[in-house]
Design a protein around this ligand. Structure first.
Ligand SMILES: [Cu+2]
Length: 218
C-alpha cells in the first residue's frame, strides 16, 4: 500500500520533467526606453532550410502618413505586402514616423525558433530599430501587424509571403476584403418609415407653399 504514494510522486516528477523538457526555448528580448526587440533570430536555421538562400535588407515604416493612400484608414505600414524566397534572412529596419507607439509583429513562425510563433519589434515613438529573422522554406503567408488596440483595425495590417504565400489574408488594406464587411443597415421600423414619408411630404410641399406665398403678396 505504501508503494502507491511513491509511484504517484515518481509519475508526477516524470511528467513535470517531460513538460519542462518540451517547453519552447525562452525568447530573447532586449528593451530600453526607445522600444523593444523580441525573438530576433540572426543565425538559427529553420528545420526545413539546409542553408540561408539569400540575405535581404528590408526597411518597413509605420505611421499615420502611410495611411493617407488608404481610404478610411488611420494607421498603416508603408507597404501592405512583402514577398521573399524560402529560407531568406531578412535584416529589418523598422522606422516609426509617428510620435505614438507602434509595433511590427510577424505571426505564425515556427515555435521552436520563435516562442509563441512571433517576431516582435516595438518603438515607443519616432525612431528606428534593427533586427533579423530567418524564414522557413514553407510556402506560407504570414500576418504582419501592430497589436496596439485598434491599430490593425484602423489599417496597420500587412502580409509577408514566402515562396508566393498560401493566399491572401483577410482585410489587408487595399489588397483583400474583410471576412465580415461593415454593414450599416437602416432599422426599418414603423417610426422610421413614418419620419421618412413626413420628410418627403414636407420636402415636396414646402417649396410650393413658399412660391405660392410670394406670388400672393402684392
Ligand atoms: Cu500601431
Amino acid at each position: 500500500m505504501k508503494l502507491f504514494p511513491l509511484f504517484f510522486a515518481m509519475m508526477l516528477l516524470f511528467c513535470s520533467a517531460h513538460v519542462v523538457a518540451n517547453m519552447p526555448t525562452a525568447g530573447n528580448m532586449s528593451m530600453d526606453e526607445k522600444g523593444m526587440i523580441m525573438n530576433a533570430n540572426p543565425d538559427q536555421l529553420p528545420r526545413d532550410c539546409p542553408q540561408i538562400s539569400e540575405t535581404i535588407a528590408l526597411t518597413i515604416r509605420a505611421g499615420r502618413k502611410h495611411a493617407l493612400k488608404l481610404n478610411g484608414k488611420m494607421y498603416a505600414f508603408d507597404q501592405q505586402e512583402w514577398r521573399v524566397k524560402p529560407c531568406t534572412k531578412i535584416n529589418i529596419t523598422f522606422i516609426n514616423d509617428d510620435q505614438i507607439r507602434h509595433q511590427l509583429m510577424i505571426h505564425g513562425l515556427p515555435g521552436y525558433l520563435y516562442p509563441e510563433g512571433m517576431f516582435h519589434l516595438e518603438l515607443n515613438g519616432e525612431g528606428s530599430l534593427q533586427a533579423s529573422l530567418i524564414l522557413p522554406a514553407l510556402k506560407k503567408t504570414y500576418l504582419v501587424h501592430c497589436e496596439l488596440p485598434q491599430h490593425a483595425e484602423k489599417g496597420m495590417k500587412a502580409q509577408l509571403k514566402v515562396d508566393g504565400g498560401d493566399g491572401d489574408l483577410p482585410s489587408i488594406p487595399g489588397l483583400s476584403a474583410a471576412i465580415k464587411t461593415d454593414r450599416y443597415w437602416v432599422d426599418w421600423s414603423h417610426a422610421t418609415v413614418a419620419i421618412l414619408l413626413l420628410c418627403v411630404v414636407i420636402g415636396a410641399t414646402l417649396p410650393w407653399l413658399v412660391i405660392r406665398l410670394k406670388k400672393s403678396k402684392p
